[in-house]
Design a protein around this ligand. Structure first.
Ligand SMILES: *[C@@H]1O[C@H](CO)[C@@H](O)[C@H](O)[C@H]1NC(C)=O
Ligand SMILES: *[C@@H]1O[C@H](CO)[C@@H](O)[C@H](O)[C@H]1NC(C)=O
Ligand SMILES: *[C@@H]1O[C@H](CO)[C@@H](O)[C@H](O)[C@H]1NC(C)=O
Ligand SMILES: *[C@@H]1O[C@H](CO)[C@@H](O)[C@H](O)[C@H]1NC(C)=O
Ligand SMILES: *[C@@H]1O[C@H](CO)[C@@H](O)[C@H](O)[C@H]1NC(C)=O
Ligand SMILES: *[C@@H]1O[C@H](CO)[C@@H](O)[C@H](O)[C@H]1NC(C)=O
Ligand SMILES: *[C@@H]1O[C@H](CO)[C@@H](O)[C@H](O)[C@H]1NC(C)=O
Ligand SMILES: *[C@@H]1O[C@H](CO)[C@@H](O)[C@H](O)[C@H]1NC(C)=O
Length: 799
């Protein structure tokens, strides 16, 4: 065993700290400026480095004997790869021999491949020039006389813009072809003629705008067409402003993070923030992956669920064009241009193909629509939908089946196929009882049972985690090694690698002063105050005895370690020794929201801080955090407040830790207590999606506003019980969410008289409406958490 440690330790250390040992030395020898008449050569791996060491410009190997002249972040990511932010020749890589990048005496930048010119900046000047890489990541050709730029890479972005890099009428972003092929791909971000920033899909045959939604007027999409200066900028704090009125703020707004905005291979724009040498998504333009056009190619339907991600499925009667590249879509097994007597249709329920209607008929009949499609050999399918506005059916005949996706509304497509195919489809459907094109709803694994004795619900929640192989391995090492009574150096290294410290039980006992000061009883455990040897005040949560194995516990902890947001409680470490399972985390001065509510310690200002804070964190868990996590237990007890009353959410993802062997009363009351916050899906045994958290969130906000607890309180006497209606229906009776503006007396009716201070009526009105949308019965009617964040941010700005 000791041998194993000796063997692996050097591996781990170099793995995590390669920069310190090798890279630093490398860079110091390289020039920081390229002067006229000199060049960078591919063989010598010449490169320029920005003064702050953040960026490097030079030849970057993208494949065997294929190099780009590029700019990248100097530090490699955890997977060892570098992140490119710009390249000169993405579509024409050069050889690994006799290629060079030079600044000519006449002032031209030229990239050559064995003497052949591949790329040039097309500049010339009589003044003295130098090429340098700035701290911002901008590669600039500077005139020495007055420091003006003759050329700069910021004017010619590829798929990424960096903070403070202007995006203008003359710039476009083009996505890469794939994650391994960096040449120009299908998606383009640009300022359109009407001054609006748009996303476009284009291939050799098709162009299709999809963002903002083409069927929504720019105005309704929140865009303005009036300002023709066409300028957009992401600042280093994470705030984006554009002259078409597109503005957003990243979820981790603030200083000190390196960011980039990239048009990704999948056609989505994302802002990434660098965090522990990996990129985290802090904003994205499109939340529904299947809303991106062209993503599955022609004759294919896009489906998405959070477990398996996006999938492209060929239509019946079609086969995949290229198995290694989904974007080529599918091709027919039959020839539609032949004899049209022999065709019939199959119904694809709730499937829509956007665009490419060659014929549109109002007040159509199904028969007429069918006939029109049969009559035209180019017709591939038709859509037949009822229009409430017209009071009749509409028929769209399609020559091209593109952008296929599922739609919740009754929106059916009828696919034209040879009769033999229709027959085989019907047989297939009969045998699979209609599983084709079944609902795309996300369904999480869970068990559900009703406890007949007291009618309370007992449930167990799962969230899906795919553990990165690296983390698993490092964790196994971690666990394995720290079990040995080895030196403290080992522990420190590994604590850095995983972000957590492992405490011994003795240390915990000491820190908590033998569990003297209890500060709360949360779900699944008792929380004590403690002080670490370095004088940090911490909360120590002793989980109820769980039958969970140590490795499961560690896996869980490792998940928590990778979830990171300023509105999440920070975990410092843990203890897993014998039967003890203990978490050590940030101590929150002001306790839980529940405590503050019952102690009447909040003012309205706090409420308007807490509501968006919690929303941002949940949005992060649901959408930004790359491994989709449901909290499933959002309630005031799990929302803690720091000394500035900033909310932090605790206990996410821990639901699995204490589900087994729970019989004691405290656990039962926990489950019953949470009942008021549970979405109707639980009760009706419907699929559990992230919308359950949206519901619980809505209840928490209503609870803050009204001061009424949604939980069933056993202590109140019978009279009170009769009075006590369910919080949600009580509020819904008092105010209607579709009322344009609530009048003062209605707000007075519901608001919590115990909360101190003045409130802005408009803000209150808005908050109440958002909360009511969150607690709608049908999960599809509820907004997503990121939509909630947007609405709340609007409220803040309005005031
Ligand atoms: C890292 O780069 C190599 C080739 O340079 C590639 O095969 C691998 O997929 C990359 N890893 C990631 C996570 O992109
Ligand atoms: C450089 O100088 C030459 C001769 O003096 C002149 O003809 C040319 O226009 C100048 N070029 C630039 C870019 O100023
Ligand atoms: C710098 O000098 C060039 C002429 O060499 C001139 O065209 C340019 O406008 C000057 N730029 C500034 C910022 O003064
Ligand atoms: C990358 O994609 C381009 C465009 O589709 C293609 O021409 C090129 O061959 C691809 N390169 C590699 C290495 O697959
Ligand atoms: C831009 O957005 C702001 C805030 O949402 C709004 O007040 C303003 O009217 C918008 N401007 C235009 C021209 O749409
Ligand atoms: C357009 O936007 C720019 C930058 O925000 C602003 O300076 C300018 O005044 C705007 N122009 C008009 C006509 O609104
Ligand atoms: C499929 O696509 C890949 C990548 O673009 C390409 O290399 C390959 O030749 C294609 N295969 C076929 C059969 O077209
Ligand atoms: C079928 O197509 C022919 C021309 O190709 C046209 O004259 C006829 O009206 C069409 N019939 C129907 C029912 O659309």
């Amino acid at each position: 065993m000791n041998l194993a440690i000796v063997f692996f330790l050097p591996l781990i250390t170099t793995y995590y700290f390669p920069h310190v040992t090798t890279a630093g030395a490398d860079y110091s020898s390289s020039p920081s400026v390229l002067t006229q008449g000199s060049s960078l050569s591919v063989e010598k791996k010449d490169h320029l480095v920005s003064p702050n060491d953040l960026f490097t410009a030079g030849f970057y190997e993208i494949g065997q004997n294929a190099y780009l002249f590029a700019i990248w972040f100097s530090k490699p990511m955890l997977d060892g790869n570098h992140t490119l932010v710009w390249s000169a020749n993405r579509d024409r890589p050069v050889n690994g021999k006799r290629s060079s990048f030079s600044l000519s005496r006449r002032g031209n930048l030229v990239l050559t491949d064995v003497g052949q010119e591949i790329w040039t900046s097309d500049t010339q000047s009589n003044s003295t020039l130098k090429l340098q890489l700035l701290d911002s990541g901008n590669l600039v050709l500077t005139k020495l006389e007055n420091n003006s730029y003759l050329w700069q890479s910021f004017n010619f972005p590829t798929d990424t813009i960096l903070p403070n890099q202007p995006f203008t009428k003359d710039t476009v972003l083009i996505s890469s072809r794939s994650s391994t092929n960096l040449s120009s791909g299908f998606y383009k971000l640009y300022f359109d003629n009407d001054n609006v920033i748009r996303l476009l899909y284009r291939n050799n045959e098709i162009t299709s705008v999809f963002w903002p939604k083409p069927w929504v007027l720019s105005w309704d999409a929140g865009r303005s067409t009036f300002n023709n200066s066409k300028l957009a900028l992401l600042d280093s704090q994470g705030h984006f402003v554009s002259t078409d009125n597109l503005t957003f703020t990243t979820i981790d707004y603030g200083d000190a993070l390196q960011r980039r905005l990239t048009l990704d291979v999948d056609g989505n724009i994302r802002v990434y923030s660098l965090n522990h040498r990996s990129w985290r998504v802090s904003w994205q333009a499109i939340s529904k992956p299947c809303a991106i056009h062209g993503i599955c190619g022609p004759n294919s339907v896009c489906t998405y669920n959070s477990e398996s991600g996006r999938r492209c499925t060929c239509l019946h009667g079609y086969k995949r064009t290229n198995h290694s590249d989904l974007s080529f879509g599918c091709e027919p097994l039959h020839d539609l241009s032949r004899d049209h007597e022999n065709y019939d249709f199959i119904k694809l329920p709730n499937v829509e193909f956007y665009g490419f209607d060659y014929q549109y008929m109002e007040k159509s009949t199904f028969k007429g629509c069918k006939k029109a499609c049969l009559n035209n050999s180019n017709c591939k399918a038709f859509q037949f939908t009822f229009s409430e506005k017209l009071g009749s059916f509409r028929c769209y005949a399609k020559t091209l089946l593109f952008n296929g996706h599922h739609k919740d509304t009754p929106f059916h497509t009828y696919l034209k196929l040879p009769k033999s195919q229709v027959l085989s489809y019907n047989q297939l459907v009969a045998s699979k009882s209609g599983s084709y094109c079944s609902s795309s709803t996300v369904q999480l694994k869970r068990t559900y049972e009703k406890d007949s004795a007291n009618g309370s619900l007992k449930f167990m929640l799962w969230f899906n985690i795919v553990l990165g192989v690296i983390e698993v391995t490092s964790f196994v090492f971690f666990y394995y090694i720290t079990r040995q009574p080895s030196g403290t150096t080992t522990q420190t290294y590994l604590a850095i690698a995983t972000g957590f410290k492992r405490f011994t039980y003795a240390e915990i006992v000491k820190a908590s002063n033998k569990f003297r000061e209890e500060i709360g009883r949360g779900s699944g455990g008792i929380v004590y105050k403690g002080i670490l040897p370095d004088n940090r005040v911490v909360a120590i949560k002793q989980l109820h005895e769980a039958v969970q194995g140590e490795s499961e516990f560690l896996a869980e902890i490792s998940t928590i370690g990778r979830i990171n947001h300023k509105n999440l409680i920070e975990t410092y470490g843990y203890c897993a020794e014998g039967k003890h399972r203990i978490l050590v985390y940030e101590y929150m001065e002001n306790g839980s929201l529940a405590g503050n509510l019952s102690g009447n310690q909040l003012d309205w200002h706090n409420v308007f801080e807490i509501a968006p804070g919690v929303a941002k964190e949940l949005a992060y868990l649901h959408e930004e955090c790359l491994e989709w996590v449901l909290h499933c237990d959002v309630k005031p007890q799990n929302i803690l407040l720091d000394n500035n009353y900033n909310p932090k959410v605790a206990d996410f993802g821990l639901s699995k830790l204490f589900h087994q062997g729970v019989t004691d009363n405290s656990i039962f009351s926990r489950i019953r207590g949470t009942r008021g916050y549970m979405a109707p899906e639980w009760v009706f045994n419907l699929p559990i999606t992230s919308k359950v958290d949206v519901y619980s969130y809505g209840v928490v906000v209503l609870e803050m506003i009204t001061g009424r607890s949604p939980t069933y309180d056993q202590s109140c006497d019978d009279n009170e019980k009769l009075e006590l209606k369910r919080l949600v229906s009580w509020v819904k009776e008092k105010v209607h969410e579709d009322w344009e503006s609530l009048i003062e007396t209605q707000i007075m009716d519901v608001f919590n008289p115990m909360i101190k201070g003045e409130y802005e009526k408009r803000q209150m009105n808005g908050l109440l409406k958002v909360a009511l949308q969150c607690v709608r019965e049908d999960k599809d009617d509820r907004p997503t958490m990121s939509e909630v964040v947007k609405m709340l941010l609007h409220l803040e700005m309005d005031v």
